[in-house]
Write a protein that binds this ligand. Structure first.
Ligand SMILES: CC(C)(COP(=O)(O)OP(=O)(O)OC[C@H]1O[C@@H](n2cnc3c(N)ncnc32)[C@H](O)[C@@H]1OP(=O)(O)O)[C@@H](O)C(=O)NCCC(=O)NCCS
Length: 104
């Protein structure tokens, strides 16, 4: 699932196409049963601090819940842990740890 945010500038010409610019996105992968992971939550720096990132994540949560997917996880950079905690995410529920494998 991909959610996108666009800024839309009306064409001065009544018949002309509007100008759409991508200013934010979020992505989720899921098993279509119980679990989803949110990735790549991004808002263009010139549009940050206006509630758009929060709206994007809340929209994604609502869309997943509508599909009965209620077990939602993500990986948070240390700079955005508070952002996600504000949205109801908690670190390491039930002692679950993210684990990584790297080629040695
Ligand atoms: C993180 C990001 C998506 C937030 O988007 P945003 O549109 O600026 O955030 P919002 O304006 O919706 O902020 C919602 C709330 O979170 C808070 N917040 C925003 N960024 C925060 C941060 N880095 N740390 C803590 N709180 C933050 C805001 O103050 C606001 O609080 P409020 O509801 O009490 O007013 C955006 O800064 C971004 O794209 N960052 C670069 C990419 C990135 O790090 N993505 C996360 C990948 S793990």
């Amino acid at each position: 699932m991909v959610a996108t945010l666009h800024s839309v500038r009306k064409s001065p010409d009544a018949e002309g196409d509007d100008y759409k610019t991508l200013i934010g996105m979020a992505r989720a992968t899921s098993d279509h049963a119980f679990n989803a992971t949110i990735w790549d939550v991004l808002v263009d720096p010139s549009y940050q601090g206006q509630g758009l990132g929060k709206a994007l994540v809340e929209k994604m949560i609502r869309a997943l819940l509508q599909r009965d997917i209620g077990n939602i996880s993500l990986f948070a950079d240390s700079k955005v842990v508070d952002f996600y905690q504000n949205l109801g995410f908690e670190p390491d529920p039930e002692g679950i740890k993210g684990m990584f494998w790297h080629p040695k």
